[in-house]
Design a protein around this ligand. Structure first.
Ligand code: ZN
Length: 487
């Protein structure tokens, strides 16, 4: 294989793989020292990184990674690219502490701001310190140094994680101000959901973007058509881009691009800039599926993210003056595959059960706007589940809004937060309600519907990757990246 970064292929059958696993502990030690040697070697080169790519999964705990990997092995006969990448000795791996200034459990705004500003700030803000100081985010600094900037997400493009790389607001919900700050800085490539912030007041903001020369794409085909524009604004959903599982099974979303294609367009566009670029690509909805305790959706979102990895590796191979960081900002939901059944034998059927689920709770909740869908057949077709009459009346009471189960929450117990958002309210309640069922039937458990404080994974490669230690506090990544880029 010519490539230093190509994924190592595993030709082993599952049986051989498991058999071979017994020896991995022994091989692991020498592989580890080879890795350490390689890192030391490349750190001596000490070149400047021209480009920087952040591939971010929002809200990925190790349980999510593990289940998605088992699912990929069972359904597609191969491990995740993430796992295969870990076997490559050139990849730097690290654990990261994700706390924020006011809590051991961060939100995405404070987590992204820690990377972008080098400071821990309170949850809910973007690049505004505890004392109220406005902090200068990483990609804005890079833009001032002449680099092109791209933000891509399956969430609203003005959502906390992409926003934290270039904006500064006291309240993360102030998404119109965030969009306005994108415009002021003329961020070169913007692609994701969140059209609603641009379309208020007769498309006021969208018109301003167009006036300064942005090409606007609202479908996958328009994105491909305008992909090379010097300024690109792709808005593919009013709010978040529909879940990957729904794009796969529901016909309504055929012209909505997937993350992989958005990434391809962004890389092709940004790599033309001679002074380099900084790109953030976020699988934003792993987090949402975690909040919703939606196992099939979280797996499909993780798989979609994983399909981006080979493309980026190919790019880094051709442009080794690039620093690539693959990481997550925190865990969400604490999902785990738990042993159940005699000698835990029940667990092995769980992956097949997940594959029979054909829709997210969000999609199901939306479909329940049509009262005719509240029937056993609908739930059987979407969740492969047999509901009783009692189950149906509980779901009816959710729709009547006199049923609430969400013990954890971000702002409060959740009730006010959901008022006026019937679909999101219903989806959250369906998730909590079915969590018990899926725990018993599939061994899928969730610690809560909230974020978690667990240490999370980070991988890096390319120029400057050797600067990253095996354990760091989230805010420390800022200095390391700035050193690599020399900004
Ligand atoms: Zn979240």
């Amino acid at each position: 294989m010519s490539s230093k970064y190509k994924l190592e292929k595993s030709h082993q059958s599952r049986r051989n793989f498991l058999k071979g696993a017994a020896g991995v502990g022994l091989l692991g030690a020498s592989a580890l020292s080879a890795k350490a040697e390689s890192i030391t070697r490349s750190s001596r080169e000490n070149k400047v990184a021209k480009n920087c790519i952040f591939l971010v999964v929002d809200g990925m705990g190790r349980g999510t990674l593990s289940i998605a990997n088992e699912y990929s092995k069972k359904q597609y006969g191969k491990e995740l690219n993430w796992i295969r990448l870990l076997k490559n000795k050139h990849v730097v791996t690290a654990l990261q502490n994700t706390a924020s200034a006011n809590s051991l459990v961060t939100d995405s705004a404070a987590a992204g701001s820690a990377w972008a500003s080098g400071e821990r700030i309170p949850n809910g803000r973007i690049n505004v310190s505890t004392e109220g100081r406005r902090l200068n985010p990483l990609f804005s600094l890079a833009k001032k140094k002449g680099k092109a900037i791209g933000l891509v997400s399956t969430a609203r493009i003005t959502h906390a994680t992409p926003a934290s790389f270039v904006s500064s607001v006291e309240n993360r919900d102030d998404e119109v101000s965030i969009a306005r700050q994108y415009l002021e800085q003329e961020i070169d490539v913007l692609m994701g959901g969140g059209a609603r912030s641009f379309l208020d007041h007769e498309n006021a903001l969208l018109k301003e973007f167009k006036r300064v020369g942005y090409s606007h794409a609202s479908t996958s085909s328009e994105m491909l058509q305008y992909g090379d524009s010097s300024k690109l604004l792709g808005l593919f959903a009013d709010s978040h881009i529909p879940y990957a599982i729904d794009r796969k099974h529901a016909l309504d979303y055929r012209n909505v691009p997937n993350l992989e294609t958005m990434l391809r367009v962004a890389l092709s566009n940004l790599s033309k800039h001679e002074s380099g670029f900084c790109l953030q690509v976020e699988a934003g909805r792993v987090d949402h599926a975690g909040h919703a305790q939606d196992i099939a959706s979280i797996v499909e979102e993780q798989l979609e993210f994983d399909r981006c990895i080979p493309q980026v590796l190919e790019f880094v191979e051709k442009h080794p003056d690039t620093l690539l960081i693959i990481t997550t900002d925190h865990g969400t939901g604490g999902c785990q595959l738990n042993g159940f059944g005699e000698y835990y034998s029940g667990t092995n059927q769980s992956m097949d059960r997940i594959s029979k689920i054909k829709g997210s709770y969000e999609y199901i909740a939306e479909q329940l706007n049509k009262p005719k869908n509240l029937n056993k057949k609908f739930f059987a077709s979407k969740l492969d589940i047999k509901l009783s009459d009692a189950d149906l009346s509980v779901i009816q009471s959710m729709m009547d809004k006199d049923y609430r189960i969400y013990p954890f929450g971000y702002r409060d117990s959740g009730a006010e937060h959901f008022q006026g958002f019937q679909r999101d309210y219903l989806a959250a309640n369906l998730g909590s309600y079915f969590a018990q069922y899926f725990a018993e039937q599939m061994g899928i458990g969730w610690t809560s519907d909230a974020h978690t404080s667990e240490l999370v994974d980070c991988m890096a490669l390319g120029t400057g990757a050797n600067l990253i230690p095996q354990y760091f506090e989230n805010f420390e990544l800022n200095g390391l990246v700035r050193r690599a880029l020399q900004i």
